[in-house]
Design a binder for this molecule. Structure first.
Ligand code: RDL
Ligand code: RDL
Length: 153
């Protein structure tokens, strides 16, 4: 069993390092890291990790800049990752930070770190402990910001 971690040099935070730190805290599953220039390079990195490097699941770590052009790049990434999943029949966990989703850099850093760590836990659960996710079904989980919680009757 192996987990792929794909990250970018475009990101302003070392998201790959945070992901590896979390993975080491919660499991001993081996990993393979693959760093590419930017988000549009992540779909092929994910596909190579799954098909050539023998990974069972991939976590992609992307950083989207604040302009409309960056948003368009994000849509390309997102569609590309869905296609990779359908082509390989394996999960790719898309962790994306949008540079404009927080007021200041300190908050952005906190959101990014939380989102990466929570999605690493999701990826490990998808792989080895899917029952934990089932227990959380319908509970309004969010990654990065606090969970919104369920709507109660
Ligand atoms: O294949 C080389 C680049 O085109 C690729 O790395 C792009 O993902 C780079 N890139 C953009 O061209 C862009 O307009 C990125 C962003 N925006 C972005 O917001 N985040 C990225 N890359 O990681
Ligand atoms: O692969 C991990 C996540 O990227 C994936 O689970 C996304 O579907 C999570 N997600 C978003 O990133 C988002 O911006 C969701 C929503 N919005 C949404 O509105 N509803 C979701 N997921 O179920």
């Amino acid at each position: 069993m192996k987990i792929g971690i794909a990250d970018t040099t475009f990101s302003r935070i070392n998201m790959g390092k945070i992901a590896i730190d979390e993975l080491r805290k919660i499991s001993s599953i081996p990993y393979e890291r693959y760093t590419v220039p930017g988000i549009k390079d992540l779909p092929i990195a994910a596909k190579k990790l799954l098909e050539e490097k023998g990974c069972d699941i991939v976590i992609t770590l992307g950083w989207v800049g604040g302009t409309q052009k960056d948003m368009l790049s994000y849509i390309v990434l997102s569609m590309g990752l869905v296609i990779v999943q359908l082509m390989t029949n394996k999960h790719v966990i898309d962790v994306t930070i949008h540079e404009d989703e927080a007021e200041d850099e300190k908050t952005l850093m906190m959101v990014a770190e939380n989102r990466v760590r929570e999605h690493v836990r999701n990826a490990v659960d998808l792989l080895v402990n899917p029952k934990r996710l089932q227990k959380l079904a319908g509970t309004g989980q969010r990654q990065g910001y606090p969970d919104v919680g369920p709507i109660l009757k």
